[in-house]
Design a binder for this molecule. Structure first.
Ligand SMILES: NC(=O)C1=CN([C@@H]2O[C@H](COP(=O)(O)OP(=O)(O)OC[C@H]3O[C@@H](n4cnc5c(N)ncnc54)[C@H](OP(=O)(O)O)[C@@H]3O)[C@@H](O)[C@H]2O)C=CC1
Ligand SMILES: CC[C@](O)(C(C)=O)C(=O)O
Ligand SMILES: [Mg+2]
Ligand SMILES: [Mg+2]
Length: 490
């Protein structure tokens, strides 16, 4: 199989990369009708599988699960997830031939094997759905001509797909139909109904392409969403220990700090996150982030270039073929970092203190969000998609670190995200070594304290203008406006 993206003429590559349209909520007036009465069979019951299945069932659809034989015989967690929630569980042979729509929610690494196993059993004219297009775009999976291939990709971890649905809302979702596999022309109607079944239509749906989803999703997850938070955690914690900050305090500041500062991001973008700082702290955070952007920009460019031309997926697949040697080594190294091994202390940190003593963390988030957004849009990814893959999802990933540190983040995210996160971290740690030499506890651990509150008016005005005029803020204001407007309707 060849990398599908690389087989396309440049004109088609650019067209598919730029495919992204924010859909009018009126387009979802029919809800799940296009899938009503159809049999949906989900392969795999992990992070996305379980949570999407619960939402789809609560939306009135007929959902069951098929698992590989060993998972059923050994009553593994995926079997328990499905059966304890009252779903029918069966083998491929039992359920795949009965399915109108097969939702492939196994890890990307397994997609080729899974699709090759189930495709001969799939009904004539049925549909194969994905939540990430890696298998189609990077591996060039060829699907039988009579089968419709669609994608419904929630822009968040599986746990949030369920939590938002239970709150009567949903998460922003990207949908697509593979142009090579839409024999009956009903791919879009089914993708819309699937998105409505998960609740995604309430938060905003982008009609996109498999290519745009893959090239943006991989970029977001390996840079700002997971890589930057991992690198930032390790560097900030080690610096505090070096400077004599109490280890329990340092651990708590980092573990919960990402969640607190990015909560401000969620509500009001980078502007609001920096507005939570005192004026001198804002100036400091801005200056640090500008420095970080200069140092890290080549790394962001490299990640995007490698993702676009297929180098990233080729190297990751070589690791898959090598029994995940790099992945396992990096996973083990992360478990041994001082941050991971030091429990959060039993010490109170007020919400404001997370900002005041975490100026460097704020600077890292700002730099990472803006760089990821700038790099994606420069590569032809549309602003809406780049926003979801940078600013929007950062708080959702930060929540996972608050639960059980980097272990929990890397456990919750997909296999491609975990690999990309380690790859970024491995390159970024040495890159920031010199920068970190000049860092002290005034920007991480102790704050600026009672020093003069003086700031230069012209400097502050220029910083505020620069923050508010960044393109991620312009599109963010628009998209957050849609989300809160829609939330009120529910
Ligand atoms: N993680 C996330 O939040 C997000 C994931 N996605 C996408 O969703 C898809 C699923 O990812 P995710 O939910 O993380 O996956 P998980 O790793 O959480 O779930 C894996 C499920 O697949 C099963 N499985 C694993 N290996 C095989 C195999 N060889 N054959 C059959 N079944 C297998 C597992 O069961 P068992 O091992 O017991 O057999 C388990 O039920 C991916 O395409 C991912 O990119 C998209 C957005 C976010
Ligand atoms: C951030 C990682 C992600 O892309 C996601 C949760 O959206 C993944 O693949 O896990
Ligand atoms: Mg992903
Ligand atoms: Mg994603």
């Amino acid at each position: 199989m060849a990398n599908y993206f690389n087989t396309l003429p440049l004109r088609e590559q650019l067209a598919q990369l730029a495919q992204c349209e924010f859909m009018d909520p009126a387009e979802f007036a029919d809800g799940v009708a296009a899938l009503k009465g159809k049999k949906l069979v989900i392969v795999g019951c992990g992070a996305q599988g379980l949570n999407q299945g619960l939402n789809l069932r609560d939306s009135g659809l007929d959902v069951s699960y098929t698992l590989r034989d060993s998972a059923i015989i050994e009553r593994r967690q995926s079997f328990l997830n499905a059966s304890e929630n009252g779903f029918t569980v069966g083998t491929y042979e039992e359920l795949i031939p009965t399915a109108d729509v097969v939702l492939n929610l196994t890890p990307d690494k397994q997609h080729t094997a899974v699709v090759n196993a189930i495709m001969p059993m799939m009904k004539q004219g049925s549909t194969l759905a994905y939540s990430h297009g890696f298998n189609i775009v990077e591996e060039g999976m060829q699907v039988r001509d009579d089968i419709t291939v669609i994608m419904v990709a929630p822009k968040c971890p599986g746990s949030e797909v369920r939590e938002e649905y239970k709150r009567g809302f949903g998460v922003p979702t990207l949908i697509a139909v593979h142009p090579e596999n839409d024999p009956q022309g009903h791919g879009l109607a089914q993708a819309k109904a699937y998105a409505a079944g998960t609740g995604g239509h309430r938060a905003g749906v982008l009609k996109s392409s498999f290519i745009a989803e893959v090239k943006s999703d991989l970029m977001g997850e390996q840079t700002i969403l997971c890589g930057m938070l991992q690198t930032g955690s390790i560097l900030c914690f080690d610096k505090m220990i070096e400077k004599g900050v109490d280890a329990g305090y340092a651990s708590k500041l980092i573990q919960y700090g990402w969640e607190v500062v990015t909560e401000a991001l969620k509500y009001g973008g980078v502007t609001n996150m920096l507005d939570r700082l005192s004026n001198p702290a804002k100036v400091k955070a801005f200056e640090l982030s500008e420095e970080l952007k200069v140092i890290m920009r080549p790394l962001y460019n490299k990640h995007q270039d490698d993702i676009i031309d297929g180098t990233f997926s080729r190297v990751m697949m070589e690791d898959w073929a090598n029994d995940d040697a790099n992945l396992l080594k990096w996973r083990a190294e992360t478990a041994e970092t001082n941050f991971e091994k030091t429990p959060a202390g039993d010490v109170e940190i007020t919400e404001q203190e997370f900002f005041d003593n975490g100026i460097l963390m704020v600077a890292m988030v700002k730099a990472g969000v803006e760089l990821a957004f700038e790099t994606m849009t420069a590569a032809g990814i549309i602003a809406e998609s780049a926003y979801y893959e940078s600013l929007h999802e950062t708080p959702l990933i930060a929540n996972t670190i608050a639960r059980k540190k980097l272990f929990e983040m890397n456990r919750t995210i997909s296999d491609t995200a975990e690999y990309g996160c380690y790859l970024y971290n491995h390159a970024c740690l040495p890159l920031l070594q010199d920068f970190m030499q000049n860092i002290d506890t005034d920007v991480i651990g102790r704050g600026l304290g009672e020093r003069s509150n003086h700031v230069d008016n012209q400097t502050l005005i220029a910083i505020n203008k620069s923050l508010r005029e960044h393109p991620v803020e312009i599109i963010g204001t628009k998209l957050r406006g849609y989300m809160s407007a829609m939330k009120k309707i529910v």
